[in-house]
Write a protein of this length. Structure first.
Ligand code: ASP
Ligand code: MG
Length: 420
């Protein structure tokens, strides 16, 4: 029997009407001959509410009890979905993580899969069950405690089940109808993509296009699970949604597939630090220990081969991090300076920057993408503060007030509104 995994996010199961609507989609696939594994999120807003309650008990709560509480949201939806399917005459039952059992590490609130044994669910399929409804986001640790996978983790549960059960596809039902060339709220010309490569999706997901949890895309890429992102509020056809797949399965020949942005960035510069072996380690070691997620890094070439005041060569170091980590970063640098590990003349913080990135696997084989990007920004009078590149991505840091303009300009420059 071919098998399909269908995942429904919080807005798709926000109340009983929506659960019924989702169940109709499940029934349709079951009637087409699929065995179906349904992965559900908690009803919209429920996980936030549960997290809020835990936090109100005190600041130093036990992470194991946090997981016991926040995992419960998915349990409710799983049971209600199974009941709704049964009511429609579809043989279904629910499974909480421990019943499968979904084995994970003991890193509470950030657990990772160890194994998803198939036996229990396979046996029920063999006995005539058509739909297994599984609570997303959760598992059980080697110690037998309830674990959760980190916010947005149900996407990852869905992909892991698709890999474990050899599903034909993993359909992620959400409140948007697919993956767009950019955020439609910023550019009215944003176009839904029919297909996008795993690697492009990974870049877009980690760059702030919040459609899928990044780990779910990593997992899908590793196990080559075709992932379809589609709306639960529209009728489903073969053309629905966006297929996230292997680049070999993509015909489109666009060099750039999408423009992503990240609004809340900050830029920190250490002026006149010694230019000596070990200086980068002395800066980024303490930042890492302080939990600062450093993104872009620029080191100037030595300003002077020898600087009298510093008795050696000096340079400047600039890096970016999320804006809400600036104070942590500043403190890590001040402490390192106090310990005598680094010495800088000045630490300058710019909290009014945003990151804009163009992404596309076509960049691997096409020159000139950077030039086109920089020309189009300069034509708008936008100054580029920091640049970084990877094989399939070019990112720039610019003043935040130009973010929308930059996204629109780049979307136009690479003609992303056209389907080829
Ligand atoms: N309910 C969890 C959350 O809100 C997991 C998920 O929905 O993916 O993060
Ligand atoms: Mg989600």
């Amino acid at each position: 029997m071919p098998l399909l995994v269908m995942k429904f996010g919080g807005t798709s199961v926000a109340d009983l009407d929506r659960i019924r609507n989702a169940a109709e989609k499940v029934r349709a696939e079951a009637e087409r001959g699929y065995d179906v594994i349904v992965i559900v999120s908690a009803m919209a807003g429920r996980t936030n509410e549960l997290v809020g309650w835990v936090e109100q008990t005190g600041p130093f709560y036990d992470a194991r009890e946090y997981d016991a509480v926040v995992a419960s949201g998915e349990n409710v939806t799983a049971g209600l979905m199974a009941l709704t399917l049964q009511e429609m005459g579809v043989p279904a039952r629910s499974w909480q993580g421990w019943q499968v059992p979904i084995q994970t590490t003991a890193q509470h609130a950030a657990a990772r899969f160890i194994d998803i044994p198939r036996d229990n669910i396979d046996q029920k399929f063999a006995e005539g069950m058509k739909v297994a409804v599984v609570a997303g986001f959760q598992g059980i640790s080697p110690e037998g405690r309830i674990t959760t996978l980190g916010r947005g983790g149900s996407d990852t549960t869905a992909v892991a089940f698709a890999a474990a059960f050899g599903a034909e596809r993993c359909d992620i039902y959400t409140d948007v109808d697919g993956v767009y060339t950019t955020d439609p709220r910023i550019s009215s010309k944003a176009r839904k993509l029919d297909r996008i490569a795993y690697e492009e999706m990974l870049e877009l997901a980690s760059l702030g296009a919040k459609v899928l949890q990044t780990r779910s895309v990593e997992l899908a890429m590793r196990y080559k699970v075709p992932l379809r992102v589609l709306s639960s509020f529209e009728d489903v056809t073969d053309a629905s949604g966006t297929l996230v797949c292997d680049e070999e399965d993509i015909m489109e020949s666009k060099v750039v597939s999408g423009v992503a942005y990240s609004r809340d960035e900050a830029k920190i510069t250490l002026f006149t630090i010694e230019d000596r072996p070990g200086i980068a380690a002395a800066i980024f070691g303490p930042l890492a220990e302080a939990g600062v997620n450093v993104d872009m890094i620029v080191q100037n070439i030595s300003e002077k081969d020898y600087d009298e005041a510093h008795a050696g060569a000096v340079t400047d170091m600039t890096f970016s991090c999320p804006v809400n980590q600036v104070e942590r970063a500043r403190k890590a640098m001040e402490d390192a300076q106090a310990r005598g590990e680094i010495a800088y003349d000045e630490l300058i913080v710019d909290t009014d920057v945003a990151k804009i990135s163009v992404v596309g696997i076509g960049m691997r084989s096409h020159a000139g993408v950077a030039a086109r990007m920089f020309q189009s920004l300069s034509a708008e009078g936008i100054n580029i503060k920091v640049i970084s590149t990877s094989e399939i991505k070019i990112s720039v840091l610019i003043d935040r007030k130009y973010m929308e303009l930059a996204v629109q300009a780049l979307h136009d420059a690479f003609e992303l509104e056209k389907a080829d």
